[in-house]
Design a binder for this molecule. Structure first.
Ligand SMILES: Nc1ncnc2c1ncn2[C@@H]1O[C@H](COP(=O)(O)OP(=O)(O)OP(=O)(O)O)[C@@H](O)[C@H]1O
Ligand SMILES: [Mg+2]
Length: 303
């Protein structure tokens, strides 16, 4: 079983969007059994994949109220995709840890133990963890459980300062978990402008870790999908970002050796929950209409 943590201490760079799309695509198209863990008390990934509910979730596990993963796992309604939701209670876990007012012994290893138990049971093929933009207890637990880290970055004005902060973050992560690999940086919200093109080139030349070939374009379809509470893959399957995420997951699957024979053959059927749209058959015309290529999107030619 492989565990990817989607991490960047900077806020708003696309961690949650990436976690949702990665988890969705591995489940729906690559037929992997995926567990998405929402480690951010903002609970954005939870809201995108589950109806509102009073879940014990990750806080139940970190707080020691739940001891086995199947007590906190919730089915997303999308085949092969389960979620361990986040909730406000994660803030309390942090508060209790900071004030020394909690039985938080073992919190740092809680997700690693969960991963090992799920492996023993052969319950999942991949775990994807959406991290918060800070080194909270849940984030530390996520790093400790991860095999590979994926770092979404925004390319606007990626300067020497941005590179220093990236390098510091990576060395911080390696101090916590020396064996963890950084699979790469993923450039998000790419759009055609001099500063973005220059910053992306600077990042590719200077980053201390690999940068994925695929970039994810900026499009309002991602924002619309957030409001609709579903992955952009189902909301607007032919939008630029949805197609870029499909190219990127293909790149990741190849680079990370996630090929498990038939499991890794994408099937390209857009499977949704009840409120998601039906799959729209592909046609070039549908692509132009759906993606709004004449609007805010730019032809990049990824993949
Ligand atoms: N490719 C994209 N095009 C346009 N908007 C995007 C794109 N990717 C993400 N966004 C938007 O940017 C905002 C931040 O994205 P997201 O929530 O994924 O970032 P995050 O790193 O998880 O943030 P936080 O650090 O607060 O958890 C959201 O409103 C999201 O809809
Ligand atoms: Mg987020």
């Amino acid at each position: 079983m492989r565990t990817f943590a989607i991490l960047n201490m900077k806020g708003g760079v696309g961690k949650t969007t990436t976690a949702i799309n990665l988890a969705y695509l591995l489940a729906a198209e690559y037929r992997q059994r995926v567990l998405l863990i929402d480690a951010d008390p903002q609970a954005n990934a939870t809201r995108a994949l589950l109806p509102d509910g009073d879940w014990a979730g990750l806080a139940g596990l970190l707080g020691g109220y739940a001891t086995v993963y199947d007590e906190v796992v919730v089915s997303s309604g999308i085949p092969n995709l389960d979620v361990i939701p986040a909730s406000d209670a994660l803030w309390e876990i942090d508060l209790r840890e900071r004030t020394g007012d909690g039985p938080l012994h073992g919190t740092a290893n809680a997700l690693r133990d969960l991963r090992d138990n799920a492996m023993e049971d052969d319950a999942y093929d991949v775990m994807v963890i959406d991290c918060p933009p800070n080194f909270s207890a849940a984030c530390v637990a996520a790093i400790n459980a991860a095999n590979s880290i994926i770092i979404p970055v925004l390319p606007d004005a990626f300067s020497a300062d941005g590179m220093d902060s990236l390098t510091m973050q990576i060395s911080g992560v390696r101090k916590l978990h020396p064996d963890v690999r950084v699979a790469g940086c993923l450039v998000n919200q790419w759009h055609r402008s001099d500063v973005v093109v220059d910053a992306t080139a600077y990042l590719r030349e200077n980053a201390p870790v690999p940068v994925f070939d695929t970039v994810i374009r900026r499009t309002d379809k991602v924002l619309e999908a957030t409001w609709a509470r579903e992955p952009v893959q189902t909301w607007s399957p032919f939008s630029s970002a949805a197609r870029d995420y499909r190219s990127w997951v293909k790149e990741l699957v190849e680079k990370e050796g996630l090929n498990h024979g038939a499991l890794a053959k994408p099937s390209f059927g857009f499977v949704g929950r009840g409120n998601a749209r039906e799959r729209v058959p592909f046609s070039p015309q549908a692509e132009t209409e759906q993606s709004g290529l004449c609007g805010d999107e730019e032809g990049l030619g990824n993949g």
